[in-house]
Design a protein around this ligand. Sequence first.
Ligand SMILES: CCc1ccc([C@H](C)CC(=O)N[C@@H]2O[C@H](CO)[C@@H](O)[C@H](O)[C@H]2O)cc1
Length: 823
Amino acid sequence: QDANEPTRTGLSRGALKRAVLDNLFYVMGRFPEVASASDRYSAVAYTVRDRLLERWIRTARYYKERNSRTVCYLSAEYLPGPHLLNNMLNLGITRTAGEVARELGADLAEIRETEEEPGLGNGGLGRLAACYMDSLATLQIPAIGYGIRYEFGIFDQVIVDGWQVEKGDTWLRNGNPWEIPRPKLTFPVGFGGRAEHYTDKHGVIRRRWLPDLMVNGVAYDTPIMGYGVTNGNLLRLWKSEAPESFNFQAFNVGDYYGAVHAKIEAETLSKVLYPNDEPVAGKELRLKQQYFFVSCSLQDMIRLQLRNAGTLDRFHEKYAIQLNDTHPALAIVELMRLLVDEHFMSWEQAWEITRNSCHFTNHTLLPEALETWPVALFERLLPRHLEILYEINRRFLDEVRVHFLNDEERVARMSLIDESDGRKVRMAHLAAVGSRAINGVAELHSSLLKTTIMRDFHDLWPERFHNVTNGVTPRRFMVVSNPPLADLISDTCGHADWIRDMRRLRELEAHADDAGLQGRWREVKTAAKGALSDWLGQHTGFRPDPETLFDVQAKRIHEYKRQHLNLLHIVWLYEHLKQNPNAELTPRTFIFGGKAAPGYFMAKLIIRLIHAIGEVINSDPQVNGFLRVAFMPDFNVKNGQRLYPAADLSEQISLAGKEASGTGNMKFAMNGTLTIGTLDGANIELRDEVGHDNFYLFGMTAEEVQQRQAEGYRPWELYHGDAQLRSAVDLIASGLFSHGDTELFRPITENLIHSDPFMVLADFHAYQERQQEVDRAYRDPNHWTRMSILNTARIGKFSSDRAIAEYAKKIWQIEPAPVELAD
Ligand SMILES: CCc1ccc([C@H](C)CC(=O)N[C@@H]2O[C@H](CO)[C@@H](O)[C@H](O)[C@H]2O)cc1
């Protein structure tokens, strides 16, 4: 360490080593001999954090001085994953940190295992928000990610006798070195009460809200650094607290519960994440959570703009607000309330500012996932907002009537209020009316948006509709997850620029048939499979054989994602092998991963069936040389990073038209995994990019699905008409996989025969045939490896950098604000 290198921010091995020991001593109060793994992790984390803060503060000062236009990403969910290794990569100190750890007799791999991830999300939507925050910083676009600092994130999944059991996610029990509490940044948020007229000091009659319950929102900031740049953006998450945490009066009269009641009440707001990736009707706390973080975020944005510009007149020029699905859609009404009621703007000016500030992304077409809230709940919780919402609706429907004469049906269809069965607020309609841009997350999804759930709005405002196909960050899902592959790619391409510009991966194409590269490519994959097998061995007691084909389906358990189609094929394969012991088959291990929403019975039963089938097959000597089934418990970002590098085949088999995009499909393909999938979501674009010969396609198209459903789908006819299909279904119903209990899986088999809403039986044969093709192809390693290399080489489009560059150009009209490290 040279003498004048600053200790707190030096990046040399000496400086880092000094800093780790200092943090262990001065922050953790430990010395190496007695330090625990978690102490060592914290000491390293604080060392890395110090080096982030310098760049972060430099960025914050730069943006303030220029009052740069800023993206405000409002999301009820974020899945950033473990921070340590990602931040080391962004600072370019991964290798040095590894050396320092070794010098201190520690092991970076052990330290990284210690880190708890902030599981502040359910799945795709939450992880996408995190990928986008990474790319916004890397593209040097000023951005603030606003959300909720749930004390308990998504549950930890443990499997007990084949059943999912949810465990509380105590991610904060060892503290969180990556966040900076901002107690001074506290905003009041009201609930309930009533609205009234009053005359202001200028004699103007105005409207105001008198809530009868107040809570405080306190900010917690997490730096989000860019890769290879100085820029660092902000993830600002809100924690709810009671304005007065202890009521002494109550205490003095011995009402001890009363003394802390308000505190408990208030803190429940940010206590726990709703573990469903589809709405549960009328959950009051969920609506309160949504309003809580939206109000804190908008009050903070107004504070910053008044500080920097002294006026709100150009609020929409300063901020591009992105609504991550309908969960933050209340932002439209709350911004109107703040501008009109608290900053005394005219309705017209406030509306111009609001609808030119907001942009809305839809992430699902599933009717049950479109949020609606009972008007009665609004009346009670947010009376002033309901008034404003009625006024927005009145003016909007006038516009509809003018545009579509004599079409009251359309007016009723488009209204923000669904007048049928108990009057509900349609949050997707509010989001559309109050936004200047509406986008889907893959080409098929965006076009289905315009022809189905948002059809009327597209008829009215075609210019507002866009598509921005999802993307994922290569930093976490290639370089951090799969360093050997990243090194091999950089060696082959002769540069690491692909990490910043994934189109450069195309340079791999020329080497796809190169025996040397092919050999090393297979070694990297096999090593990753070995590491995954070891982890599964330790955590489930079953260690798959890395020599088998790893066929992986990892995502939330949901019937539209059709994990049960995968299982039906496995049962068919099992029966086929039992009947044809000499059948030629590539030894394969089917690996599943994914959480089920706690209240979703069928999803939990599917997890039980995966384990039941695995138990029988894995212990059947007649087949277990060729067929194995494994379940990775607690699928999350951290465990996903073990899976993506280790898969040979990725299952993207949703019913066409149901998966908005999918992002796991991209993460697998980036790591040289081939895909078997339907023409759904981003699968379509992925297949077009990697080449139709390098993708295993099967099944109906979205049109064919719609048509088949329109004609009336009768799954029982397929069941009765196809012996192979019937025997596979019957084998599950027979009790073979449930110790003779023919009741346990009846809900699944009955559902398949009598309703099969996601048309598993209709796509079965196409799927089974395509899987046979996969089986044959895998036996030709050169051919398979060539396809694997071409998948990685041609995956550049699916970088979240490309997606964010598209949002910046098409949706937000924002320019980068590059910050230099030195003045
Ligand atoms: C109110 C409960 C709730 C929670 C989350 C959601 C999300 C919209 C569900 C979700 O995560 N959707 C997924 O979003 C990904 C990112 O765009 C897409 O890639 C997936 O296809 C989509 O299912 C809906 C309803």
